[in-house]
Write a protein that binds this ligand. Structure first.
Ligand code: MG
Length: 302
């Protein structure tokens, strides 16, 4: 029997969820939970509690939640690279950073063309080692999620960091690019726009950009899907290419062509999610103040 939190919109969604599973509430007490990442080697989940300026850690073995880092330069999005290293977006640090094997922190990018970044929001690592991130202004718009500052960049863009450290602008036609992910074969880059926060009328959509043959630039940018409940923020792709995305009423699941398959409803607005567990078949969901988890019949692509 399906838990009432699961809403089937397209019958194909039944194949992606389990009967007799329920949503676990792993923790509560945050102010705005974001940026989840599961570190398989250590069997733990970390996420940002941005306004409280801390990164939290849930230990899969013990179930304990402790502070992982505080203060945390108002970190937001996280991902794990091919070597298992944690890559972080920092609002107050206004940079993308990485924790090395010895525990030291390396700043990978904090400026573009000699000017400071706005406040990196979310990040993904491509198989060639390049790191792609979004840079809206949410961390400098006010003192709530970082330090209020005038932007130095002339807009909010998506950038790529090459392994040699070169930073290149790759998407410049969005208002506030936010969550991002590659398709399974990396031929598409998906980016959502939360620009309605600043420019009323901006579609709360995920757009799909074609990645060039060389894998370094994108073109096109067609609307894949539009959110019917609030706005998309962070999202992830499963091994079959489906998109699992945050929304105001929970998690929405879309086909690679943008068809809404179903929803997993949560009691709180969702800002981001990731697949985790050693089999990558458990969704970890950042509700506003809480972390939820549910097993699904899909596995995260990365
Ligand atoms: Mg975000």
């Amino acid at each position: 029997m399906l838990d009432p939190c699961i809403e089937i919109i397209d019958e194909r969604f039944r194949q992606l969820v389990h009967g007799n599973v329920h949503m676990d509430k792993l923790w509560t007490g945050g102010r705005w939970c974001e940026g989840p990442a599961y570190l398989p080697a250590g069997k733990y989940l970390i996420w940002s509690d941005i306004p409280n300026d801390r990164v939290m850690r849930w230990d899969e073995c013990s179930g304990e939640v402790t502070e992982f880092e505080a203060p945390a330069r108002n970190q937001n999005g996280h991902t794990v690279d091919a070597f298992g290293r944690l890559v972080s977006c920092e609002h107050r640090g206004r940079c993308v950073s990485r924790i090395e094997f010895d525990g030291t922190r390396t700043i990978l990018a904090d400026q573009y063309h000699g000017k400071r970044l706005n406040s990196p929001n979310d990040v993904v690592v491509k198989s060639d080692g390049s790191i792609w991130f979004t840079d809206p202004t949410y961390g400098i718009d006010s003192h709530y999620e970082g330090d209020k500052s005038e932007p130095e960049q002339d807009g909010s863009y998506v950038y790529r960091i090459d392994p040699d450290g070169t930073v290149t602008k790759v998407v410049d036609d969005m208002v506030k690019p936010n969550g991002l992910a590659f398709s399974v074969d990396e031929s598409l880059l998906y980016v959502c726009d939360t620009g309605r926060s600043h420019v009323p009328g901006t579609e709360p959509a995920i757009r799909a950009y074609d990645v060039s043959e060389a894998g370094t630039t994108v073109s096109g940018g067609r609307e894949l899907c539009v959110c019917d409940a609030g706005a998309f923020d962070g999202f992830r792709v499963d091994r079959s290419g489906n998109l699992w995305t945050s929304a105001a009423d929970g998690v929405h699941c879309y086909t690679p062509s943008g068809g809404l398959l179903g929803k997993i409803h949560t009691p709180e607005v969702v800002a981001n999610l990731c697949f985790g567990g050693v089999k990558k078949n458990r969704l970890f969901i950042c509700g506003t103040t809480s972390i939820y988890a549910i097993y699904v019949n899909a596995q995260g692509a990365t």
